[in-house]
Write a protein that binds this ligand. Structure first.
Ligand code: BES
Ligand code: ZN
Ligand code: ZN
Length: 506
């Protein structure tokens, strides 16, 4: 990566560069560092604070051009001291980095003061994450080389006060972990942003193999082709794939840190590299973004990239499963009304070929249950438009069969800034998916409760494991404006939550 971040000790930031200055709303009036900085600008800074009515509220970010002392001072509001958390720090710094980049600054210093809390590891992690995630660009297909050069902040220096000097190694440890997590998230963003012409099942295999081969033996990989999948009886997954020219690949990654590890986890990601809807073809407006339908699989690869680095202490055995294929219409495609047989023997009447995610996932879930027998399964899937109708673009829907597991993941997600909301696995709706001619049909009939019926369908393929299903259709991709550490395009939603959850497992 081109960007660089380091820590230096010094009581007050040197001059000449740009400066990120964090402020709490309740200490705006009485803040000796602010006074000091103000005196360096001969009173100009405070005048600007008054003039712009800057109150240091959360989400407030003010740029003050203060040459010649500093190129620009970015004041970042953190809200009230008592409400402070690291998510606010992460968002605040990300906004400051965006501001610096848009003003074409190349370097900046961040003045660190102790009121930011005693958890120096978390501070380092979140500053590093914010910096790298706000710096992320997907511009490889843009021609203007000159413009590209001005699109990132090349160096950020954390200016630690002398009295906190002993904390430098802890901050740096946090920063190193933040860097690895950011690399995983940026991989997810890249894969989601790439068009389906460039990322199909084959390219997902290539990326997975790259991760495994760079893991110093921590990760093994197995790839099943269509012939192998047929031998396993994956009729549902192969049904989705049969309309496409591209061969389906069923990717299995395996991370095993040591002989003593007991807990087994399986991460499953929906990996439809393009979802046209199949013969139940999507209207043009709905098809436009469907290169993102592999975001679940990309998230699993992002997590494995982080595991491959060996930087994060994770002590459980982890499988990653990516059923990768395209959903296309053709003379060979699945027809509405066709019946497929899933790996667990259940027959499915496919009444809408656009409800393909659940078909691919049903075989991945059955494979996990039958051959891997994990304690925990998390699946991530851009599964339903209905989930976006229910929760909007920012929030994922979460379903599961174990309350303790659900509560744990919910708590971690909240802390890390991956918005999610628990939705019910309301059993009576399962009736909607009873078929007249097969065990199940793949749609629930009617438009209502579509995220729930999809989750109930998946639940039919889970047997013993504690399981969580995350419907990430909304937050895996941002086509609105940039907000804090989330830019435009692929977001990498869920990576940090899954990693933090894995770290806590023993
Ligand atoms: N991939 C889509 C869901 C989706 C929609 C993801 C928008 C991201 C953004 C999924 O395969 C799909 O088409 N679902 C259908 C299900 C319906 C046919 C029962 C949907 O949500 O409309
Ligand atoms: Zn679909
Ligand atoms: Zn889909």
């Amino acid at each position: 990566m081109a960007e660089q971040i380091d820590v230096k000790i010094g009581n007050f930031p040197g001059e000449g560069e740009s400066l990120i200055f964090l402020l709490f709303a309740d200490s705006l009036k009485k803040n000796r560092y602010l006074d000091l900085l103000d005196s360096k600008t001969k009173g100009y800074l405070k005048k600007q604070i008054v003039k712009t009515k800057f109150l240091a509220k959360e989400d407030e970010c003010l740029g003050v051009v203060a040459t010649p002392m500093y190129d620009e001072i970015i004041l970042v509001g953190l809200g009230k001291v008592k409400d402070f958390n690291h998510l606010k720090l992460k968002n605040g710094i990300a906004s400051a980095v965006r501001k610096l980049v848009s003003a074409k600054h190349k370097t900046a210093q961040l003045f660190y003061f102790s009121a930011l809390g005693k958890n120096f590891f978390a501070t380092g992690k979140n500053i590093s994450l914010a910096y790298r995630l706000a710096n992320y660009r997907f511009d490889k297909y843009k021609g203007d080389e000159e413009k590209k050069k001005t699109r990132s902040l090349e160096k950020l220096t954390i200016n630690l006060q002398a009295k906190d000097a002993a904390k430098k190694p802890t901050i740096e440890k946090g920063m190193a972990v933040g860097e690895k997590i950011a690399e995983g998230i940026c991989l997810v963003r890249d894969l989601v942003n790439e068009p389906a012409s460039h990322v199909g099942p084959e390219e997902m295999v290539k990326k997975a193999k790259e991760i495994a081969s760079g893991s110093k033996g921590r990760i093994e990989i197995k790839v099943l082709d269509e012939k192998n999948c047929r031998e396993f009886g994956m009729g549902a997954f192969l049904g989705v794939a049969q309309g496409s020219e591209k061969e389906a690949k069923f990717i299995i990654l395996h991370y095993k840190p040591g002989a003593k590890t007991k807990t087994k986890v399986c991460l499953i990601g929906k990996t439809i590299t393009f979802d046209s809807g199949g013969l139940s073809l999507k209207p043009a407006d709905y098809m436009m973004d469907m290169k993102i339908d592999m975001a679940g699989g990309a998230t699993v690869l992002g997590v494995f990239k982080i595991l491959a680095s060996g930087h994060i202490d994770v002590d459980c055995e982890i499988y990653g499963i990516l059923p990768a294929c395209e959903n296309m219409p053709s003379g060979k495609a699945l027809r509405p009304g066709d019946i497929v047989t899933a790996l667990n023997g259940k027959t499915i009447e496919v009444l809408n070929t656009d409800a393909e995610g659940r078909l691919a996932l049903s075989d991945a879930l059955s494979y996990a249950e039958k051959y891997l027998e994990p304690d925990y399964i998390i699946d991530l899937a851009t599964l339903t438009g209905a989930c976006m109708v229910a929760l909007g673009k920012d929030i994922s829907g979460m379903f599961g069969n174990d309350d303790k597991f659900l509560d744990e993941l919910e708590g971690i997600a909240k802390k890390e800034g991956d918005e999610l909301w628990k939705l019910p696995l309301y059993k009576p709706y399962l009736k909607k998916m009873k078929s007249d001619v097969a065990d199940l049909k793949n749609i629930g009939g009617g438009r209502f409760g579509g995220a729930i019926t999809a989750a109930l369908f998946l639940a039919e393929f889970v047997k013993k494991s504690k399981w969580i299903h995350l419907d990430i259709a909304g937050p895996s991709y941002n086509d609105e404006s940039e907000k804090g550490f989330i830019g435009k395009g692929g977001t990498g939603w869920g990576v940090v939550t899954v990693i933090e959850w894995l770290k806590k497992l023993v």
